[in-house]
Design a protein around this ligand. Structure first.
Ligand code: HEM
Ligand SMILES: *[C@@H]1O[C@H](CO)[C@@H](O)[C@H](O)[C@H]1NC(C)=O
Length: 482
């Protein structure tokens, strides 16, 4: 008897105990009990899969894992456990539907060079406020009136190339995209300030991807110093603007004049965002425009189609005597499609990062708090399920509305999607117009290779010789097709 009672009481205690432990676990962390991590390998401890990532093309790294584990998988890179998202639904979930549960995350060393109050690093109401101002300053309504200035910059750039010297296209296009960014940020800018900004920004840029150490003489150290000087210069420009009390419709004007119920922005908030937009605008646009040039060089038929479209506009403007109008730019359909296909092919922003601010469940998988998630734009853009023969350049893909929702995200998606996308496309269209109507060129460097800068660019930035043409010998209008 005693033996049976003993067993029963042990059993009861055991059951109560298990129940208590279970309740505790459920209370502490409901999700973790019922959900599992996505498949994948976390690699060797510490080093994770970083070594493998950098010993091959990052796209191949992700693609082999996507084949093995599916569209959502875990890995371990750069010292962090990460979850990769290689399908449109998952990207949409993180960037849009549940954006508030995922915060932007960048290495501290990079945040320091741009400024921690810049739009990219922010979330919530401050982000929304800044974003409204950035969007307004980069809106088409604001940019249309400065089209003639953008055009003049494109012409000056191209003319400076057309003496037969070897031009490293990417590196020289950075100056052009910088000038356009300066225009949308500052409006008219004194040439003294312009030069000071440019010189210091070049130094900042050089150290951006270098090893972050504050030892004097290193690139990173010089970058941090240049960042300090940039802050001072922008502050001076800002103070002049405040004194003049003119509400200009450029980004700095919007930031300086921001006032919501008496709340204004601090100098640092303004400076960080000015540098942030400069940073966002320059390499991205220069890289895509370099790819466009590479593709139209590689595919002569493409060049002819674009040239045909642009020559018609050029002629109707009295051989370039009248400036381009917005209506003309809007109707550059062939050229526009070539830009879209270049954005897809090159996918220069191949992925972005976010960090889960709490445990999140996606599609039955646990995304633990503190883990990084990486929507893989490039893998989505190169998935044969969405793009037939994804490795083939085919601008006709963008002819009909055949692109499936959320499968084309060269400018990101959701709450942090690129507010500069219209400006970027506009300046590329203007540049291409002048390029193909008045110049011919010859790529002289090694061809076929890709460098990471850290965006992919053609090897050596596409060394090319340019010549100005008056007779447009390469034009054959009779063979044009659309
Ligand atoms: C072809 C050129 C460009 C490409 C491919 C591009 C791409 C992108 C992408 C993918 C994002 C989102 C990043 C993320 O979600 O983590 C982004 C954000 C951003 N871009 Fe661009 N961009 C380009 C040009 C520009 C230009 C010309 C400007 C400004 C004049 C600009 C300003 C910004 C800003 C301010 C953000 C941050 C938005 C936010 O955090 O809310 N971009 N861009
Ligand atoms: C290009 O894309 C269009 C539209 O998707 C398709 O009809 C055509 O066959 C493609 N051309 C090539 C060469 O793949």
């Amino acid at each position: 008897m005693a033996y049976i009672f003993g067993s029963i009481s042990i059993l009861i205690i055991a059951i109560l105990g298990i129940k208590y432990v279970l309740m505790l676990v459920v209370k502490l962390n409901q999700w973790r009990l019922f959900t599992k991590l996505p498949p994948g390998s976390l690699g060797w401890p510490y080093i994770g899969e970083t070594l493998q990532l950098f010993s091959q093309n990052p796209h191949d790294f992700f693609t082999t894992r996507q084949k093995r584990y599916g569209d959502v998988f875990k890995t371990h890179i750069l010292g962090c456990p990460c979850i990769m998202l290689a399908n449109p639904e998952a990207a949409k979930f993180v960037l849009m539907t549940k954006a508030s549960l995922f915060k932007p995350t960048y290495p501290k060393s990079k945040e320091r060079l741009i400024g921690s109050m810049a739009i990219f690093f922010q979330q919530g109401s401050y982000h929304a406020q800044i974003r409204k101002l950035v969007q307004a300053s980069l809106s088409l309504d604001n940019i249309k009136p400065v089209i003639p200035k953008i055009e003049a910059m494109a012409i000056t750039t191209l003319d400076s190339w057309a003496n037969g010297r070897v031009v490293h296209v990417f590196h020289e296009l950075k100056k052009f995209s910088f000038d356009v960014a300066v225009l949308s940020i500052f409006g008219e800018l004194d040439s003294y300030y312009n030069k000071e900004l440019k010189d210091n920004y070049v130094t900042l840029d050089k150290g951006y991807n270098s090893f972050p150490t504050m030892i004097p003489g290193t690139s990173y150290f010089k970058s941090v110093m240049a960042r300090k000087k940039l802050g001072k210069i922008i502050k001076e420009i800002m103070e002049e603007k405040r004194e003049k009390r003119i509400a200009t419709r450029d980004l700095l004007g919007y930031l300086v004049n921001f006032n919501e119920d008496g709340k204004t922005l601090s100098d640092d908030q303004i400076i960080d965002n000015v540098i942030g937009v400069l940073f966002a605008a320059q390499d991205t646009t220069a890289s895509i425009l370099t790819w466009v040039l590479k593709y139209i060089t590689d595919y002569p038929k493409l060049f002819e189609e674009i040239q045909g479209e642009q020559m018609e506009i050029y002629k109707s403007n009295g051989n370039g005597k009248q400036p381009l109008t917005w209506t003309q730019i809007k109707e550059m359909h062939i050229t526009h499609r070539v830009i879209l296909e270049s954005l897809r092919m090159a996918s220069i922003i191949s992925f972005t990062y976010r960090e889960a601010t709490q445990d999140v469940v996606y599609n039955g998988y646990l995304i633990p708090k503190g883990w990084k998630v990486l929507p893989l734009f490039r893998n989505i853009h190169h998935n044969p399920a969405f793009y037939e023969n994804p490795q083939t350049f085919n601008a006709s893909r963008f002819e009909a509305s055949s692109i499936k929702p959320h499968t084309f995200m060269p400018f990101g998606y959701g709450s942090h999607a690129c507010p500069g996308n219209e400006v970027a496309k506009l300046l590329m269209l203007v540049f291409i117009h002048h390029l193909v109507t008045q110049f011919r060129w010859e790529v002289v460097g090694p061809q076929g290779g890709v460098e990471y800068d850290p965006f992919p660019i053609p090897q050596q930035g596409l060394p090319t010789k340019f010549f100005k043409t008056s007779d447009n010998t390469r034009l054959k209008p009779s063979t044009l097709t659309c």
